[in-house]
Write a protein that binds this ligand. Structure first.
Ligand code: NI
Length: 494
């Protein structure tokens, strides 16, 4: 007999998300993932000074605002005709600011959100929040490893603080930095700032190499069956990210289920809304033509996330997509990292398409980014420019596509009469946690959940482990709340 379970809200993720699963004979036959709050920044931006997008879109999220700072700056650069004028120093400082946020976000995700799915923290510290309440059962790592992980949980708080301090050296402050602006950055590199950045980076790199990666391996060894759980759609998408004078650290690409690489072109992105609370006339459009107009009482809709698709296909974005995209494009640093980890775990590349594969890809990526940051720091030239002058055009269009900690993020803008006429944001979590599209095709998280065996419907830890491995950020994907509840169709912006 089939039964439906609903996990609402899913805890220990960023933002507000629910999952519904139809379970038949212990296996998930159908699943729905839903973003349960409305965002609406696209509406707020209409009619404003285009440069405001760089300030306002950062407020979409307090965890990954730097991704929106970067995407909006790239978008405005293009609309203002500055893309080829950005100084080398500015590209490096933007990457250093963004890299600091990547490291903070990845360490936060593993230690403070996801690791508690695997370690019996309550056995180490007692029944204390935030370690309880939790789903019970299936805690397999030894008590020694659990104690070590709890120690690292605390140490990770301090390391994350150092990431934020490091970001602030060039970004001014965190969460919403004031360093990344259209045309470049506001802060000049000095020997003093470079030194201050470097000693923090060295401590963080040491933590990534000597704690984060070994801890992920320890969890992977205790839960090796999770290399076969949560496989997902196997179609990966990376826009490419960390735009440096020498090219991009993360290579753009679409990776098909057979690991064949396809060139990425942003014209193939569309957003369906048949199952989202938005008007149907906006369905199937590229974000250069899309709008955000809510329709709250729409029949068949179940999410505030739209359904982004590439050539009509659901795609997974994030560290797994980036590491595999780099891997199949022969990036030697990525290959070396991935091959050495897979060797240690006695697993093949296919194992990456799983709950544990996503955690492993994220940890390896933290090392890749941290190592690269040390090189970028040395490339800064203290006496050279960090910004170019700009003028608001009467008309213009721009697209800013980059890689957020959680995956591909894009901003699209049309300027008319020197004001924002249209603005669209597609977040990584819209790709991963999207509802069904107009053809009925489930999103990446939904596909990863379908087929999962659930031992105990009252403790569906298998499902939350799958969802958390994607590191969803619903704060980014959706936002504002209709506080009046029953008055559907009316939003109050607070
Ligand atoms: Ni976010």
């Amino acid at each position: 007999m089939s039964e439906k379970i609903r996990i609402d809200p899913i805890t220990r993720i960023e933002g507000h998300m629910a999952v519904e699963a139809v379970i038949d004979d212990g296996t998930v036959k159908d699943a729905k993932s839903a973003g349960t709050l409305f965002r609406g920044f696209e509406i707020i931006l209409q009619g404003r000074d285009p440069r405001d997008a760089n300030r306002l879109t950062q407020r979409i999220c307090g965890v990954c605002p730097t991704a929106h700072a970067t995407a909006s700056a790239l978008c405005i650069d293009e609309a203002f005709g500055l893309t080829n004028e950005i100084p080398a120093n500015a590209k490096l400082i933007r990457a250093l600011i963004f890299g600091a946020n990547f490291l903070q976000s990845h360490i936060l995700h593993f230690y403070h959100l996801a690791a508690l799915d695997y370690l019996d923290a309550a056995s180490v510290v007692g029944d204390l929040a935030p370690f309880v309440p939790r789903y019970e059962g299936d805690y397999r790592v030894s008590s020694e490893v659990s104690a070590e992980l709890v120690n690292h949980y605390l140490r990770a708080l301090d390391i994350r603080r150092k990431c934020q301090e490091m970001l602030s050296i060039f970004g001014g402050k965190m969460p919403h930095n004031v360093g990344i602006v259209p045309g470049g950055v506001t802060e000049r590199p000095t020997e003093d700032k470079i030194t201050n950045f470097l000693w923090r980076l060295n401590e963080i790199r040491d933590f990534v190499v000597n704690s984060y990666i070994p801890d992920v391996i320890a969890v992977a060894k205790a839960y090796s069956d999770y290399f076969e759980v949560g496989i997902g759609c196997r179609r990966l998408l990376a826009y490419g990210g960390f735009d440096l004078p020498s090219g991009k650290l993360f290579k753009a690409g679409i990776v098909a289920p057979d690991l064949r690489l396809e060139r990425f072109a942003k014209e193939h992105i569309t957003e369906d809304v048949k199952h989202s609370w938005y008007v149907d006339s906006d369905s199937g459009k590229n974000p250069t033509a899309g709008r955000t107009e809510a329709e709250l009482n729409k029949k068949g809709a179940y999410s505030f996330l739209k359904s982004p698709r590439y050539k009509g296909e659901a795609c997974e974005v994030g560290p797994l997509a980036r590491m595999v995209s780099n891997y199949v494009q022969d990036s030697s640093e990525t290959k070396e990292l991935v091959d050495s980890l897979l060797g240690e775990l006695d697993a093949g590349v296919d194992a990456l398409f799983s709950v544990l594969g996503r955690h492993a890809a994220r940890a390896l990526e933290a090392k890749l980014v941290a190592d690269a940051m040390a090189v970028w720091l040395q490339q800064l030239k203290p006496n050279e420019p960090v910004i170019v002058d700009s003028k608001i055009p009467e008309q213009g269009t721009g697209a800013g596509l980059t890689e957020a900690p959680r995956g591909a993020v894009g901003h699209w803008m049309t300027v008319k009469g020197a004001k924002i006429d249209r603005y669209q944001v597609i977040t990584p979590t819209a790709w991963n946690a999207s509802p069904r599209d107009d053809k009925g095709q489930p999103g990446a998280v939904e596909q990863a959940i379908i087929g999962t065996k659930v031992k105990d419907r009252d403790n569906p830890f298998e499902l939350v482990r799958i969802v958390r491995a994607f590191d969803p950020c619903l704060a980014c994907s959706v936002h504002l709340l209709d506080v009046r509840g029953s008055e559907l169709g009316v939003f109050r912006v607070v």
